[in-house]
Design a protein around this ligand. Structure first.
Ligand SMILES: [Zn+2]
Length: 495
């Protein structure tokens, strides 16, 4: 080989080698596909304790109060053991019973108040009415993190066709004894474990009159300075069993509703805040939307793993999808509202879980048969294997978030220079335990969920060869065992 040709050959080889090196470096730092976190064996064991029979017993008891209208709290002629006051007392006693079984690990509380009532045409509370929210607090065991809270709620009030009817049956087996049963079952199985931060198990009243109970509790949380990081509202999670409807129902799915853009009625929905969302294109990255993504992430670790499916799925596990959340990117269903909105309006991340397909013959209806059709929110239309799966998803999410470090604080994306890379900075969450590390997650702007991650280890800054113009980033904390916090959207700063 002539020397000149040799030189060119060597240079070509060198260039090829350099190109391979560059490609490898770029691939390494431009992320890997996100994998489910390893299941925590203690959490997985708690999920196996969730019992369809226990959930049925709770719903049967709630139905036995005949009519749980919030307005029944002021009636004096109800049969003993009926009406909403009796239901509230029973829920409190149930939390106390669970607490006794865990060495008094729960603090059982009542948030009691009187709504003044109004005679405005649309008012659903016409005279002063006593409401009580009942809740149980499982205090975190790490003094540095116990102020952090996650919360699960359902509403224990019910109604029939007439908002003001306090005496005829309003069983509310699905709407929302099912959600209350999830709260209580989560308390029962999670109270046997210890978590560094705090879990609150809630049953609220007044949902049917206009979210009155949850509004009061959300405002209490705000005024008492609760560090409330996640609210899971379960409302209508019974899984409809109506004959003839099963072809349309999907027992493998539960919807998780989350708001994208904050309500103009919330402090986070100010014109300035909305303008920033517009500029960033962050209309699908509210704290509630990131919480919905965390629910989906948790489900991957616990509900899709072999070995913990309910009897409903074991026979068909290979041909049917296993139980999973379906993120719905809107605050709630058409014409309907729910208690998560009360928490959103106070600036808290909150999502709503609801069965895949609702049957409106069995909501807000007088119990009756008309033209051969059975109306009424009766227990026979609840599927307790389905409710058990919803409870498992809730418990896994609560346990994971209560075990994980808090969310990274002051998460920023540096935008001083025009370039095609990304530099992120953040601060450790308050009380972060030793071993806390951070993951940068991202997705293409048109995708619903995170796809890609890199670990920053314990560092609180990172530079990535990925254009901030083309993707959406989030930063989340993980502890040494791999429990992941909710991801936080970085806000731009010029530095
Ligand atoms: Zn409801």
């Amino acid at each position: 080989m002539p020397s000149r040709t040799r030189l060119i050959f060597a240079a070509t080889l060198f260039a090829a080698a350099l190109s391979v090196q560059q490609t490898q470096a770029q691939q390494g730092s431009s992320g890997s596909p996100i994998q489910p976190a390893a299941a925590d064996p203690a959490i997985a064991a708690a999920l196996k304790e969730i019992s369809a029979g226990q959930l049925r017993a709770t719903v049967e008891k709630l139905v036995s109060f005949n009519n749980r209208s919030t307005l029944s709290s002021m009636e004096t002629d109800l049969a003993p053991g009926t009406g909403i006051n009796a239901a509230a007392d029973w829920i409190a006693s149930e939390f106390e019973r669970i607490s006794a079984a865990c060495g008094e690990c729960l603090e059982v509380k009542r948030d009691e108040f009187t709504e003044p009532g109004s005679d405005a045409p649309n008012s659903r509370i016409r005279k002063p009415t006593r409401l009580v929210n009942v809740y149980a607090v499982l205090k975190g065991t790490d003094p540095a993190q116990s102020a952090r809270r996650v919360l699960v709620t359902g509403h224990y009030d019910s109604r029939n066709s007439d908002n003001f009817n306090t005496h005829d049956p309003a069983p509310g087996a699905n709407d929302d004894a099912s959600g209350v049963a999830v709260s209580i079952e989560c308390a029962r199985v999670l109270s046997k474990l210890k978590f560094p931060s705090t879990i609150v198990f809630v049953a609220v009243a007044g949902e049917e009159q206009g979210l009155n109970g949850s509004r009061h509790l959300a405002r209490l949380a705000r005024s008492e300075g609760w560090q409330l990081e996640a609210v899971l509202n379960n409302d209508i999670v019974g899984g409809d069993t109506t004959p003839g409807q099963q072809a349309y129902e999907d027992k493998s799915a539960v919807r998780v509703f989350s708001e994208g853009v904050p309500s103009p009625a919330a402090p986070e929905g100010s014109p300035d805040a909305i303008a920033r969302i517009h500029n960033l294109g962050s209309d699908s990255d509210s704290p509630s939307r990131e919480l919905a993504r965390a629910v989906e992430d948790v489900s991957q670790s616990y509900l899709r793993a072999p070995g913990i499916h309910t009897k409903h799925f074991t026979a068909t596990v290979s041909t049917k999808p296993t139980f999973h959340p379906v993120m719905i990117f809107r605050a709630d269903r058409y014409l309907r509202g729910g208690d998560h909105t009360s928490f959103n309006l106070e600036g808290f991340a909150a999502v709503r879980l609801t069965e895949w397909r609702e049957n409106f013959d069995h909501q807000h209806q007088n119990v009756r048969v008309e033209n051969g059709v059975q109306y009424g929110d009766l227990i026979q239309y609840d599927d307790f294997d389905y409710i058990a799966n919803v409870a498992r998803l809730n418990a896994a999410t609560l346990a994971t978030l209560a075990s994980a470090p808090g969310e990274p604080r002051n998460v920023h994306i540096l935008t001083a220079a025009l370039d095609n890379n990304t530099e992120l900075t953040w601060e450790a969450p308050a009380g972060a335990p030793a071993g806390t590390t951070y993951e940068i997650v991202w997705r293409a702007t048109e995708l619903p969920n995170w796809t890609t991650f890199v670990s920053a280890g314990p560092a609180t800054t990172i530079k990535l060869p990925v254009s901030k113009d083309n993707v959406v980033f989030g930063v989340r904390s993980t502890d040494a065992a791999g429990h992941r916090s909710v991801a936080v959207l970085p806000l731009p700063v010029r530095r």
